[in-house]
Design a protein around this ligand. Structure first.
Ligand code: S3P
Length: 433
């Protein structure tokens, strides 16, 4: 099991580019696999999660050639996927499992999705139930858990669905199933969530209509191959945004980061806390907004995190809690119960780790209250959650003593090369031999 050791202190400087966006990487493989023709993808995330998505589509008989972050996909067309001869292993990835479930629910053949122990404990009922109402036949373990057995179907029927939780995975799952349904599938979100699926579907020539009342997609459309450039992942950049904000004399520029407005909650929250962040050279790349982000150290203050920003920063809370621990005063988060069903229970695991390092952090049912203070250092457990491991590495910049972080292997799911890049930027993290 990989353990990180972080020495206290340090400051951030230079220009860095973090790896490609995970959400967009998954979607690029899914859509190019069912498109007509050859798609070229650059900037693909070479992390375990997105590599598992490539492997799954290879098992579905799609030809995918990869050279580092460049991927060439020979699309099989809407009806060209073939029955896999093995279970499709989605590893640690909720996105891959939920999106593939939507796609596979509409195929004529049977398939089975499996995952690691974390993924096998995460709720899949939120996608199974609406898919069943479209006519999909899916069997799960008790409580709607993976492994998931999907039966081949002769066709789904469209639904009009009010999502009970704000989840881009649920929305995207239903849009993919909607491609294989008779009629127009409509999905209503309780709050806006990341819209990469909608943007990319349009890029592949598909009609997807969105307005304030929902997102709709007509069944039986075909997708045309296209070339995609994937920006750096704002969720990975977020570790460096917080790191530079909390470490004295820091000044760092994060290159070519995706700044889709459905993902920039982390910037808005940090700015409300007093962070010094500039977006430089905003541009549009493959249908997604992109910018370089310059972050300089600033004194942060505690805030009440506005509810509407929660879904727009959902993956960045572990490191935002570290920002809160370094801020003057109290930070309160509520309306974020979803954090309890991520790769780990991120409310409890972060509260436990912060308390172990001397910070007053109180877990709440749907959030947390954190009192800014001095980080003592000590031993924490990431519970196999990549973002928890990286968040505690960032905390070392303001710690008094070393921080030891257990169970860090899964950093490779979203951020291969994290330790090297973090060292180059000024964080004193290393792998304990
Ligand atoms: C994702 C959606 C979010 C996010 C996850 C990636 C996606 O999950 O936490 O890391 O790519 O659609 P939910 O849909 O469960 O909020």
């Amino acid at each position: 099991m990989t353990r990180f050791v972080c020495r206290p202190g340090g400051k951030l400087s230079g220009n860095i580019r973090v790896p490609g966006d995970k959400s967009i990487s998954h979607r690029s493989i899914i859509l190019s696999s069912i498109a007509e023709g050859i798609s070229h993808i650059s900037g693909f995330l070479q992390g375990e999660d997105s590599l598992n998505t490539i492997r799954a589509f290879e098992h579905l008989d799609v030809t995918i050639e990869r050279d580092q972050d460049q991927v060439r996909v020979t699309g099989a067309g809407m009806h060209g996927l073939r029955k896999p001869e093995t279970d499709l292993d989605m590893g640690n990835s909720g996105t891959a499992m939920r999106l593939l479930l939507g796609l596979l629910a509409g195929q004529v053949f049977d398939s089975r999705l499996i995952g690691d122990s974390s993924l096998s404990s995460r709720p899949m009922g939120r996608v199974i139930e609406p898919l069943q109402s479209m006519g999909a036949i899916i069997e799960s373990e008790p409580g709607g858990r993976a492994p998931l057995q999907i039966r081949g179907t002769q066709g789904l029927k469209a639904i009009d669905y009010d999502m009970p939780v704000a989840s881009a995975q649920v929305k995207s799952c239903l849009l993919l199933a909607g491609l294989y349904a008779q009629g127009t599938t409509v999905v209503h979100e309780p709050a806006p969530t990341r819209d990469h699926s909608e943007r990319m579907l349009r890029g592949f020539g598909c009609d997807v209509y969105s307005d304030d009342s929902g997102i709709s997609i007509k069944g039986n459309q075909s997708l045309m191959a296209c070339d995609l450039e994937i920006p750096a992942d704002i969720s990975s950049a977020a570790f460096f945004m917080v790191a530079a904000s909390i470490a004295d004399n820091s000044d760092i520029t994060l290159k070519h980061v995706g700044v889709n407005p459905t993902r920039t909650g982390v910037i808005e929250i940090l700015e409300l806390m007093g962070a010094d962040i500039d977006l430089i050279n905003p541009r549009n790349v493959s249908g997604e907004p992109v910018a370089d982000i310059r972050v300089r150290c600033a004194g942060l203050k505690g805030i009440d995190i506005p509810l509407h920003l929660v879904p727009l920063a959902i993956d960045e809370f572990p490191v935002l809690f570290v920002a809160a621990a370094c801020a003057q005063g109290t930070t309160r988060l509520s309306g974020a119960a979803e954090l309890r069903v991520k790769e780990s229970d991120r409310i409890q695991v972060m509260a436990d780790g912060l308390v172990a390092m001397g910070i007053d952090a109180q877990a709440q049912a749907d959030g947390i209250i954190i009192q800014g203070g001095e980080i003592a250092g000590g031993a924490v457990d990431s519970h196999g959650d990549h973002r928890i491991a990286m968040a505690f590495s960032v905390a070392s910049l303001r710690a008094r003593d070393d921080i030891h972080i257990d169970d860090c292997d899964n950093v490779n799911t979203s951020f291969p090369g994290f330790v090297k890049l973090a060292q180059a930027a000024g964080i004193r993290v290393s792998i304990d031999d």
